[in-house]
Design a protein around this ligand. Structure first.
Ligand code: PEP
Ligand code: MG
Length: 325
């Protein structure tokens, strides 16, 4: 690792005038914790656990889950690890067909919907989460939550699993923070109702943009219409910040938007204080944050919220980044 990179690793994620920004990492595999530590990540903000399914031919057992999660939490040495439960379906299919052919898989049986209907899939994972939580700071997060009923079902299942572990005399911890991804517009609209039932929120801008703009994010024909800086998406993010602040609920952004320096500065200007990014992009984002003041970020956000087209927003952000960083 270059000397510059390791110097940056030991400096805090904060703006030039001292506003602390927590910078966590997104991972898919346990071995990635090494690059997270090397780059000074404050924790794991998104562990995409479905990759355990996508990378092996056999269905992972509870023990496989447990080994993977325990390894991650041990290697992160006390830093928080946000473990997202299975986000299978749509673009992330395992070897076993989990649903009959779907015409609109992104609107279909994916993510938490699929987990809640396949308890033989979901239960072993939840057991492993609570067992691994005995070894460190694990937080669990449910993806694609759309209704309060789904959130309650998932939480109830987590409680049931904890009771089973207790009866079986297996070591576990159940008082862990429970959060949800905010990546469906309905969840943003209803967010003031959700915050009473979760400990933290994390905005998934990849899916939030896809569902807000009605653009399949993996469809090349409409790729030009997929814009995470579309003003409609930004208004939804602004609403999340408002509800999170009012209710004192910790809020992070873990979609790809936060890993682009110019967009990270915009998010900070909008009031976001936790970003989670792929480990490789962490130094770049940290460097940008350390070279601007919070007032400059707020000025950027104020200007952007008055623009009407994603294209203009991106151009403006790029210009500001070149001036400031
Ligand atoms: C997102 O939707 O922004 C997100 C982080 O989840 P994924 O990209 O894994 O769907
Ligand atoms: Mg998503």
């Amino acid at each position: 690792l270059s000397q510059r990179l390791s110097q940056l690793r030991d400096l805090p994620g904060e703006t030039a005038d001292g506003t602390r920004i927590r910078l966590s990492a997104n991972i898919e595999f346990p071995h990635e914790t090494e690059s997270c530590i090397e780059r000074g990540a404050d924790g794991i903000g998104l562990y995409r656990t479905e990759f355990l399914y996508l990378s092996s031919l056999d269905e992972p057992s509870e023990e496989d889950h447990y080994q993977a999660y325990s390894q991650v939490v041990r290697e992160m040495k006390g830093r928080p690890v946000v473990l997202r439960t299975l986000d299978l379906g749509a673009d992330k299919m395992g070897h076993r067909p989990l649903a009959e052919h779907e015409h609109n898989p992104f609107l279909g049986l994916r993510s938490i919907r699929l987990s809640l209907r396949n308890l033989d899939l979901f239960r072993p994972q939840l057991r492993a989460v609570l067992r691994a939580a005995a070894h460190g700071d694990i937080r669990v997060m449910f993806p694609l939550i759309t209704t309060i009923a789904e959130l309650r079902q998932a939480r109830m299942l987590l409680n049931l699993v904890a009771e089973d572990l207790k009866e079986e005399g297996i070591e576990y911890r159940s008082d862990i923070p429970v959060g949800m991804m905010v990546e469906v517009p309905a969840a943003v609209v209803m967010l003031d109702k959700f915050v009473g039932e979760v400990d933290f929120l994390s905005i998934g801008t990849n899916d939030l943009a896809q569902y807000t703009l009605a653009v399949d994010r993996s469809n090349e024909y409409v790729a030009d219409l997929y814009q995470s800086c579309d003003p409609a998406v930004l208004r939804l993010i602004a609403r999340c910040v408002e509800v999170a602040d009012q209710s004192n609920t910790p809020l992070a952004v873990c979609g790809e938007m936060s890993s682009k320096p110019s967009r990270a500065l915009l998010l900070i200007g909008m009031g976001v204080r936790n970003l989670s990014v792929p480990p490789s992009t962490l130094p770049r984002v940290k460097k940008a944050i350390r070279s601007v003041t919070i007032t400059q970020c707020q000025e950027i956000a104020a200007r952007v919220m008055n623009l009407e087209a994603a294209r203009d927003i991106d151009m403006y952000l790029q210009d500001r980044l070149e001036d400031l960083v």
